[in-house]
Design a protein. Structure first.
Length: 156
């Protein structure tokens, strides 16, 4: 089927997509190279973050598996039409695979957006809990200080 499709883009909006959804993608530039530094090195050092690289590799392998499955299913779909000429068959396979990969990108976009929403919600809940905990600690400290100071002030 004429080569591999590119993985989802990491930065830059697709036509008709919001910038937030496009920036949430994992991968790199359209030709498969990592965008910019790509998070490979920690800030200010030349070290490679193994967690980032493993996540990048997992994303790449998952996308390649999706491309292979799309191509396999496209061939199976085209097999249902034995009367097609080789050119028509190739065109049908490419269109089928492209549609499926576009759908897969949209699924990934929605999942990433949901993850971002949940992460924002989680951060908000953590801030709220930390604020409550700080208020409780401050209240207990203030009460303990009062318990120590008031009796001494009343005696003196």
């Amino acid at each position: 089927m004429g080569g591999r499709q590119r993985p989802p883009r990491a930065r830059g909006a697709r036509p008709g997509k919001s910038a937030g959804a496009a920036s949430a993608r994992v991968g790199g530039k359209a030709d498969g190279r990592p965008a910019g530094g790509g998070g490979r090195a920690e800030a200010g050092s030349g070290r490679v973050d193994p967690k980032v690289e493993i996540a990048r590799l997992e994303g790449y392998l998952a996308w390649e598996a999706e491309v292979s499955a799309a191509e396999r299913d496209a061939r199976a779909f085209a097999d249902r039409f034995p009367w097609l000429s080789p050119g028509e068959r190739e065109s049908l396979e490419q269109a089928y695979a492209a549609d499926r990969l576009r759908y897969a990108e949209d699924v990934v976009d929605r999942a990433v957006e949901r993850c971002r929403q949940l992460a924002a919600r989680y951060r908000g809940e953590c801030r709220r809990i930390c604020a409550r905990w700080a208020a409780l600690c401050l209240s207990v400290t203030f009460a303990a200080a009062l318990c120590a100071v008031v009796p001494a002030a009343l005696r003196g």
